[in-house]
Design a protein. Sequence first.
Length: 94
Amino acid sequence: MVGTHVLVIYDITPDEIRYKIASICKDFGLIRIQKSAFLGILTGERRKEMRVRMERVMKGVKGNIQIFQIPEPYVALREVIGEVEEYGEEELVF
């Protein structure tokens, strides 16, 4: 089954919830591209599964998560200015 590029960005205040959302992104094979942004390829079914898990974690929590589906031609047009850092968990403050 073919997947679509998915970009997940979030703005969540509680550290514990932010950590859980990052863990869910990693569980689904997404790669951190910024501190609160993950990118990867998911099938529609996997994207729905991820959303359900995130909704459970976010219930009653201040903040938001945005999930974008990006067609391949648009991902190829991405422009990056500056260095792309790979963030390790030890570098992030939760």
